[in-house]
Ligand binder design. Structure first.
Ligand SMILES: Cc1ncc(COP(=O)(O)O)c(C=O)c1O
Length: 261
């Protein structure tokens, strides 16, 4: 049988995504090739937020402990949401941080922020639902949204790269979900309590008017990477329908491991 080379053997959407590609991934791959050619110390790769520090000693100690004293059954299937005892530990940590009553049921383990955002959008978006992202946004958001048949709605940032809340209010429809990212990649802005409070008020007023429930997906890989006493407020206080995605790719230098809470 002759297959026309105009016929794609993989899905058209994936073919288009491969052709367009993620430009930060392409830049990263170019960096890897340039480092091979010119040497590691000659190329400064600012594409991915790839940690240059090594993971903390405790990480290796725990790995060694597990390798030397494996827990029976630890490599078997587990419940989809992750080990209940791990989730309970994380819930306890979050409660001690926030004073809010988290339990293991509030925690789902996933595979990096990419995996966490994807499954959250999968759960939230019906075909054609809109996910708002504030420009400039982490470019992969568009792929995560498109992969779940959602429509990305880009809302501009306002002063100092804080979200333009008036534009947010105008953009919300009965199909809206909202993605935020603070501390922000690429601008580095940390959304202050006041911004989050106003955002929560706008979203809740819209919920009442439209008769909908609007989720905030808060992407927080850089929560712990703040300096000079800057605090990164928790979004949970300002909007009850918040799902936070908190990987350890950056704060523990484990970008190549796929762990998230
Ligand atoms: C804002 C933001 N969200 C998500 C990710 C993806 O994180 P992960 O490597 O944990 O999937 C990154 C990675 O650079 C990021 O900067």
């Amino acid at each position: 049988m002759k297959v026309s080379n105009k016929t794609s053997v993989i899905s058209r959407e994936i073919q288009q995504q491969i052709e367009r590609g993620s430009f930060i991934r392409k830049a990263f791959e170019e960096g890897v090739a340039l480092k091979k050619q010119y040497g590691e110390d000659k190329v400064f790769d600012l594409s991915l937020g790839n940690p240059i520090l090594e993971p903390p000693q405790e990480f290796y100690q725990q790995l060694q402990k597990l390798a030397n004293h494996p827990i029976s059954g630890m490599h078997r299937y587990m419940v989809n949401a992750g080990y209940p005892e791990t989730r309970a530990e994380i819930a306890q940590y979050l409660t001690s941080e926030t004073g809010l009553p988290f339990t293991a049921k509030d925690i789902i383990m996933s595979i990096g922020a990419g995996g966490g955002i994807s499954i959250t959008l999968r759960a939230l978006l019906s075909q054609g639902d809109e996910a708002i992202a504030f420009a400039p946004y982490f470019p992969e958001f568009l792929l995560y949204i498109a992969n779940q048949s959602g429509i990305a709605k880009v809302v501009p940032s306002g002063v100092n790269f804080n979200p333009d809340l008036k534009a947010l209010e105008r953009a919300i429809t009965h199909r809206t979900k909202v993605i935020i990212n603070s501390p922000h990649n690429p601008t580095g802005v940390v959304y202050k309590e006041d911004v989050l409070r106003q955002m929560g008020q706008i979203i809740q007023a819209k919920e009442s008017r439209l008769g909908t429930r609007i989720f905030i997906l808060s992407d927080e890989p850089y929560r712990k990477l703040v300096y000079d006493g800057v605090k990164c407020p928790y979004v949970f206080y300002y909007h009850p329908r918040t799902i936070a995605v908190t990987p350890h790719s950056k704060d523990l230098s484990l970008a190549g491991e796929r762990i998230v809470m």
